[in-house]
Design a protein around this ligand. Structure first.
Ligand SMILES: *Cc1c(COP(=O)(O)O)cnc(C)c1O
Length: 557
């Protein structure tokens, strides 16, 4: 092969590679990026550790409610061993209701000063005095729950656990917003399970059928893009795009797409992933107005990041009858391994109404589907259909979330409810903000910190937006024309061992990278920023060489 052929072959190989990479999902691409950052024969500075800012998994852990969990566990073990004819071979029994509160108080007194004990003492007072619940019933539910000695009953959620988690969601998702009526909660294995169950039950109950159109608030957590395209669903998707120039808010014009009667449902992540921006009050109000005109519009809001915002108000508060609320404890409490999430619907909702209005033959089919679990299947609520469908209906009676999971969920909720100065929330925000500052300092650019809707769990580095701001439109156009979409990400990975996720996979309009601010330490973010700056400088020099321009790569941006 002569030199020219060889070069062509190399080019073809690169093109093949680019095409192959373009077809990968962002999470697959991430694996390629990690490979590029980790292995291979590429020369790189010695002992430069890989910095993976692609992970959404937080590197912090809420300690106090976990201490509470373990101490409660020790108390419950005493109960198991004192009750019933305890056998030394390792056989215990159920806790006893009689005298439970008194024994618990003795336990607290005997363990004064031990981490978690003061928290448990306050938690029981709070449940009794602030929530008006029976301390004895509460302790019994918690002890039985943490011992995991019974199937979770009721299957949707344990009784007092639902009340307490309900109070938590009320505080964090509704706040001071006026709200009429009650809501039901289904405790599930994280936001992931919530999404799976909701898509499935909506389809089983003909709320969405293949060929239907749904709208997605873009950019969005990738599974929301991928699930509608699956063979099981085959939904048409309308993108409602947030605009980087408007601090990632949706314009009225974009939201007006929801007025189209073809659009059956609108799925939204708020605050968004990846831009990590909460929808403005004005836009929420605008969606609520559209719902007034379109009372059948189904809304799903995934508010996993709502607790990172001050005075957050969910779309669920504004349009409760139309909205399914998804919440997860994973991110805020650093608890992705626990698998804790909730699905919430208002007691008076359009899902039950729409099911009631289905054609006769469909209703008959659904009657048959649910008749094994209730004598009145037509009256089975949408949320209880979610519970049943999550275990293929036939295993409905064991559909509940494991009871120790529910106990930890309750303790996380109580921790947050009792933290009236919001000390935990403020501490997390300080942590995340300082990381963001370090990142941008490293790049050498200032950022606008005044947007109250900015949550900053992630930050998007939008090449077009940042590049233009830094070096002008002409440079950006040159850059976009002369680089492959994932080239910058791969160079960052190979040369600086920095992994960030491609924004494209989340449906961003411009080439961009998502940096998680939750996953690494402050000094790492500074290094990531510096690596990005070095790379950009490199492109500035190439641009100068190619065009005869004289941009200064060290310009303070
Ligand atoms: C992380 C995340 C989830 C999944 O959370 P789990 O509770 O860990 O399953 C769901 N939705 C969004 C938007 C997320 O970022």
């Amino acid at each position: 092969m002569n030199k020219r052929d060889k070069q062509d072959a190399e080019k073809d190989k690169d093109k093949d590679k680019a095409a192959r990479l373009a077809a990968l999902s962002p999470f697959e691409l991430k694996d390629e990026l990690i490979k590029a950052a980790g292995g291979g024969a590429v020369e790189r500075p010695a002992n430069l550790a890989m910095l993976n800012a692609g992970r959404g998994n937080p590197n912090f852990v809420a300690t106090i409610p976990r201490h509470g969990f373990w101490q409660l566990g020790l108390f419950a073990m005493r109960e198991a061993e004192r009750s019933f004819a305890y056998l030394p071979e390792g056989v215990g029994g159920f806790p006893k209701r009689d005298g439970l509160v008194e024994r618990f108080e003795l336990f607290l007194r005997g363990n004064k000063g031990v981490p978690g004990i003061a928290f448990l003492a306050s938690a029981v007072s709070y449940v009794r005095d602030q929530l008006g619940l029976s301390a004895s019933d509460f302790l019994y539910e918690m002890c039985e729950g943490i011992l995991a000695s019974n199937y979770p009953v009721p299957d949707r959620m344990l009784k007092l656990s639902e009340v307490i988690v309900g109070q938590y969601l009320r505080r964090e998702m509704i706040g001071k917003h006026p709200f009429i009526g009650e809501f039901d909660i289904f405790a599930v294995e994280g936001g992931t399970a919530a999404m799976t169950y909701i898509f499935n039950t909506m389809r089983q109950n003909h709320l969405i059928k293949s060929g239907d159109t749904i709208a997605l608030g873009m950019p969005i957590f990738t599974p929301y893009i991928e699930i509608p395209g699956l063979n099981d669903y085959q939904l048409a998707v309308v993108d409602v795009n947030a605009d980087v120039e408007k601090n990632w808010q949706y314009s009225k014009k974009e939201l007006d797409k929801l007025r189209d009667p073809k659009v059956k449902a609108f799925f939204l992540v708020n605050p968004s992933n990846p831009p990590s921006v909460r929808i403005s009050d004005e836009s929420l109000q605008y969606v609520a107005e559209i719902v007034n005109e379109r009372p059948d519009l189904i809304l799903l809001t995934d508010d996993v990041y709502g607790t990172f915002a001050d005075d957050f108000v969910s779309l669920f508060a504004l349009a409760p009858k139309n909205t399914i609320l998804v919440y997860s404890y994973s991110k805020y409490f650093g608890a992705t391994g626990w698998r804790l999430g909730t699905i919430v619907t208002h007691r008076d909702n359009i899902f039950d109404r729409l099911i009631g209005e289905l054609p006769k033959d469909v209703k008959k089919e659904l009657h048959h589907r649910y008749e094994s679990i209730t004598t009145e299947p037509d009256k089975l609520k949408f949320i209880d259909r979610l519970v049943a469908d999550s275990r293929t209906v036939a295993l409905n009676h064991t559909a509940g979330l494991s009871t120790p999971q529910q106990v930890q969920m309750v303790l996380f909720s109580l921790f947050s409810l009792m933290d009236t100065p919001d000390a935990y929330k403020k501490a997390l925000k300080r942590l995340i903000r300082s990381r963001k500052r370090a990142l941008y300092d490293g790049i050498g650019i200032t950022f606008d910190d005044s947007d109250i809707n900015q949550v900053d769990y992630y930050t998007i580095l939008d090449m077009e937006f940042l590049g233009e701001r830094a070096y002008g439109r002409e440079f950006v156009e040159w850059l976009l024309k002369n680089t492959e979409p994932s080239e910058l990400l791969f160079r960052l990975a190979r040369e600086a061992r920095v992994v960030v996720l491609p924004g494209r996979g989340f449906g961003t309009q411009h080439p961009s990278g998502r940096v998680s601010l939750a996953n690494l330490n402050e000094s790492d973010y500074r290094k990531i920023g510096q690596a990005i700056r070095t790379l950009l400088g490199d492109y500035v020099e190439r641009y100068n060489a190619a065009t005869g321009n004289t941009l200064d790569r060290n310009k303070v941006l």
